[in-house]
Design a protein. Sequence first.
Length: 166
Amino acid sequence: MKKIYSLALLIGLFLSLSSCAQDAHQLEDQNNQEIKLKPVLTKAEYKKLLSPEVYNIAIEEGTERPFTGKYNNFKADGIFTCALCGNPLFDSRTKFKSGTGWPSFYDVYSNESIEESVDKSLGIIRSEVECSRCKAHLGHVFDDGPDPTGLRYCINSLVLDFVPRK
């Protein structure tokens, strides 16, 4: 019985260490693109590290002014990642010009990239989009996007980083 228990503990420790190693270092996307992950920090730690504008958007659920973000008219090929933790969020191949003033995507990088929640902050019901890894506020998703999904992920540039495709 002790041998089974010890084996279970070793397997659990191995799985835990494997997960931590991936979180702390890097992962590869579907095209063997290396994406570096950053550690997930507390709100207090982010407040010390982030600019007031990025903190306002990512942590306090603010937004940047339309047509001011560096990725609004950006057309390079690669992966958009979370500026806070490095989590891959959107592939540039799903970016489209929505005319709204914010970078827009019709699909997420993977089903595990983001989380959605109900946002009633403006007296209307919207779907908020957050990074699934660090819970940073990214923007909102609407159902007025192009085919094939019909979705428009309207995302703040200040909470995005970009990794060019190899």
